[in-house]
Design a protein around this ligand. Structure first.
Ligand SMILES: NC(=O)c1ccc[n+]([C@@H]2O[C@H](COP(=O)([O-])OP(=O)(O)OC[C@H]3O[C@@H](n4cnc5c(N)ncnc54)[C@H](OP(=O)(O)O)[C@@H]3O)[C@@H](O)[C@H]2O)c1
Length: 371
């Protein structure tokens, strides 16, 4: 079968290669589930792995199969698979795999303190191949009605985790009900945060770089949220005009927002950070003011990375609600398809497209052939 792989640490090594098709017999005790890959989403992490900045091959291998945002269809299940999965079921696989830390032992593998095992990223092959093998614990069933948009579940799971952590932390307040939120960044993650918050009835202001109107600001508007450009408004200004915010979700990767966000929050508010920001970026901040604001106003800053199976399951529920509440909106995020697994260069081109919202590889064309 065909797959797209890199030699981690070697920039430009991305290539198509032939691999043996896995078999359910490769997993002991009949627990194997063979999945035929339909679509795989691409994101900045894939770009960094292709650029040689990130990623680790599985033990004993010199290559890593890329891809962590998947949608597939169960092809075959082993005798020991007792749950909901059967041939034909649509599934999305979670990314992290369990280690041995105390968190892993209680099922919280997204909080592991072990070196991470992550499909398509660290020490485990990903999903950019015609088939992959997994076990039921890590496969989340997706209804057939989500076939065209289910590939967005993995990025949405990061959002779900961030919002779930905010809820969990804010239980300290007994009656926390966020009413106004700001989202920084209007890329895939920022748009999905906006969607998830609007589905929860929150009034959302999105702050991002480009002046409106453009495709992403139109998508924000279609959700009934407000779009502001940083060309005309600072985060503090947005806080004065549309806040104070109960929650700020940072989804731009512009790390100074992590500190500016504190001032745009109301008392008891929370900042959720999602940006993965490699390399140095020294800036000058008023540390006293930020520290004092956090302390005197009971504010919190928390990061979100990776996601648990529960976050994926909540994401499925939100995708279903989104299709009902904002029909067609999710599919508008899927801007940039790459067809097939034979042309690794097309993946590099799609990832470099500044106008793309979500680039994705069409591995199995059956969905595109469907009416
Ligand atoms: N924590 C996790 O597990 C996880 C998972 C996925 C992604 N991420 C991170 O989440 C962030 C967002 O991901 P994404 O896929 O949505 O990225 P993206 O598509 O590149 O979107 C980033 C958005 O932020 C805007 N932006 C960037 N710099 C800005 C600035 N200085 N001021 C105002 N707006 C700015 C961009 O505007 P332009 O389009 O005009 O540049 C774009 O709308 C990234 O930092 C990524 O690393 C984290």
């Amino acid at each position: 079968m065909l797959a797209i792989a890199v030699r981690p640490g070697s920039p430009g090594s991305v290539h198509a290669r032939e691999l043996d098709r896995p078999s359910i017999g490769d997993v002991p005790d009949g627990r194997g589930v063979l999945v035929r890959t339909i679509r795989v989403g691409l994101c900045g992490t894939d770009r960094e792995i292709i650029d040689g900045l990130f990623g680790t091959p599985p033990e004993g291998a010199d290559h890593l199969v890329l891809g962590h945002e998947s949608l597939g269809r169960v092809e075959a299940v082993g005798d020991g698979v007792a749950g909901q999965l059967e041939p034909g079921t649509l599934v999305v696989a979670t990314v992290r795999r369990s280690g041995t830390s105390p968190y892993d032992r209680i099922g919280m593998y997204d909080f592991t303190t072990d070196p991470p095992l992550e499909r398509g990223i660290n020490r485990w092959h990903g999903f950019l191949s015609e088939f992959y093998l997994d076990t039921e614990d890590f496969l989340v069933p997706v209804p057939a009605s989500l076939a065209r948009v289910g590939v967005l579940l993995e990025p949405l799971s990061i959002v779900e985790k961030g919002l779930a952590q905010a809820d969990e932390i804010q239980r300290r307040l007994r009656i926390w009900r966020p009413q106004r939120a700001a989202v920084t960044g209007a890329g895939t993650i920022g748009l999905l945060v906006t969607l998830a918050l609007r589905l929860r009835g929150v009034d959302v202001t999105v702050l991002s770089r480009r002046p409106a109107p453009y495709r992403n600001s139109d998508l924000v508007k279609a959700l009934g949220a407000t779009y502001l450009s940083t060309a005309g408004t600072s985060l503090a200004g947005a806080g004065r005009a549309c806040g104070p915010f109960d929650l700020v979700f940072e989804a731009s990767g512009h790390s100074p927002f992590a500190f500016e966000a504190v001032g745009a929050l109301g008392a008891n508010g929370i900042v959720v950070l999602s940006g993965v920001t490699g390399g140095p970026r020294p800036i000058e901040i008023d540390a006293n003011a930020i520290n004092q604001d956090l302390v005197l106003n009971n504010k919190v800053i928390v990061g979100t990375v990776n996601a648990s199976r529960d976050d994926f399951v909540r994401g499925v529920e939100d995708l279903v609600r989104a299709e009902r509440t904002y029909p067609g909106w999710l599919e508008r995020l899927l801007t940039t398809p790459v067809h097939g697994l034979s042309d690794a260069g097309a993946i590099v081109t799609a990832l470099a497209d500044r106008e793309a919202i979500k680039a994705f590889v069409v591995v199995d064309r059956s969905l595109d052939a469907a009416p």
